[in-house]
Unconditional design. Structure first.
Length: 376
């Protein structure tokens, strides 16, 4: 009995139907899938570390994964024991003090209708109303407790357990899963698809490394700097600034603006300075750190891999945050970079041009030939 053979059209229809059903299924189970998405992201970030340690020491990968889990568990224990109480206390105080800052701004506007700077008259009434409206909205949007945001990410203990188990499996078997998926691709297409995925991987990894460096660097430097300057709520403001720094253009302005407002209205000012002097020093700290990371630290990490216009990056971040929350906010730019790579590839194919990363295809072929020659 002759087996049924699909025509080219039937094959294409089948592939598109399967992809559509997979997308619909993921959309329906999005809440359940969130811990798995976080697990894939964390495993993707940690995979080069685990793989490098395994190659360097020849110690089984599973032992390194367990050691990383122990190290992360130690950091979590330190955070729960020492850092979270400080953050929670400062966060609660910051939320309460914003109301006092709003009242002080309103009182100042009532007494001083106009401000003159270098002969330029500024209407404080309009400006002050906008600031008060923005800060009031900020207070309403903030959760009442510092750990409320964490509960939204973790959800329940069950989700945390699922996340840990899924991360372990992704670290242990993820590379094999990717190779198996590539093995399903017909050989004529495999080389180009591998090169395409390698280019996307370089963009993803470059951006994620840059964001992790950015968050850690900004949080630590500002935490130390604001603490030396004796700014109230220094730890919370530093963590807030580190997270906001991943939003291009407006993120540093928002975090810097909140910090400056806190310094201008805090009860005591160190070193015998005025509130204005302390505010200017804080602005200089933010500007200097921003210039340092944008011009010296981050370019070698990102390189040419994430080549997107600033406005497109801003749109991608805001759209990602609106669609996927914290995860979408973090992954919006690398997804936009990956989409750009895919569109350039498709455009080259439609125009019968050389693909923009032909060198990667040639390198993939050389590696494949070497592996084939090394096999007995």
């Amino acid at each position: 009995m002759e087996s049924l053979r699909f025509s080219s059209r039937a094959k294409a229809i089948t592939i598109w139907v399967v992809l559509l059903l997979a997308v619909l299924f993921l959309w329906r189970v999005l809440d359940v899938a969130i811990p798995f998405f976080w697990a894939i992201l964390v495993a993707y970030v940690l995979h080069p570390l685990i793989k490098g340690l395994n190659r360097l020491t020849r110690v089984p990968r599973v032992l390194w994964i367990l050691l990383v889990y122990l190290a992360v568990g130690g950091l979590i224990y330190w955070g729960v024991t020492f850092l979270i109480p400080v953050v929670s206390h400062q966060y609660t105080g910051l939320v309460r003090s914003i109301g006092d800052i709003v009242a002080a701004i309103q009182d100042y506007i009532t007494r001083q209708k106009e401000l003159v700077i270098l002969g330029i008259h500024l209407d404080l009434q309009t400006f002050g109303e906008q600031v008060v409206e923005w800060m009031t909205g900020l207070v309403r949007s903030l959760p009442g407790q510092a750990l409320a945001g964490v509960s939204l990410v973790v959800g329940t203990v069950l989700r945390l357990i699922v996340f840990l188990v899924a991360t372990f499996h992704c670290l242990l078997f993820g590379e094999r899963w990717v190779q198996n998926l590539l093995g399903l691709v017909p050989p004529p297409l495999r080389e180009e698809l591998t090169a395409l995925l390698q280019r996307i991987h370089l963009a993803f990894s470059a951006y994620l490394r840059a964001q992790l460096v950015r968050i850690v660097l900004v949080s630590i430097v500002l935490g130390v700097g604001l603490s030396i300057l004796q700014v109230r709520f220094a730890v919370v403001l530093a963590l807030f600034s580190g997270l906001m720094d991943i939003i291009p253009l407006i993120g540093p302005f928002i975090s810097g603006g909140v910090t400056v407002l806190v310094t201008l209205f805090q009860p005591e000012v160190p070193f015998g300075w005025s509130h204005l002097t302390l505010g200017i020093v804080v602005v200089a700290l933010y500007v200097g750190l921003n210039q340092l990371e944008e011009n010296i630290i981050l370019p070698p990490i990102i390189g040419y891999m994430v080549d997107l216009p600033p406005l497109l990056v801003l749109f991608a971040v805001l759209a990602g945050g609106s669609i996927g929350g914290v995860l979408g906010l973090f992954l919006a730019v690398p997804f936009a970079a990956a989409l750009k790579i895919v569109l350039r590839y498709l455009y080259a194919k439609l125009m019968d041009q050389q693909i923009p990363f032909e060198e990667m295809v040639r390198r993939s072929r050389r590696i494949r030939r070497k592996k084939g020659a090394s096999k007995p």
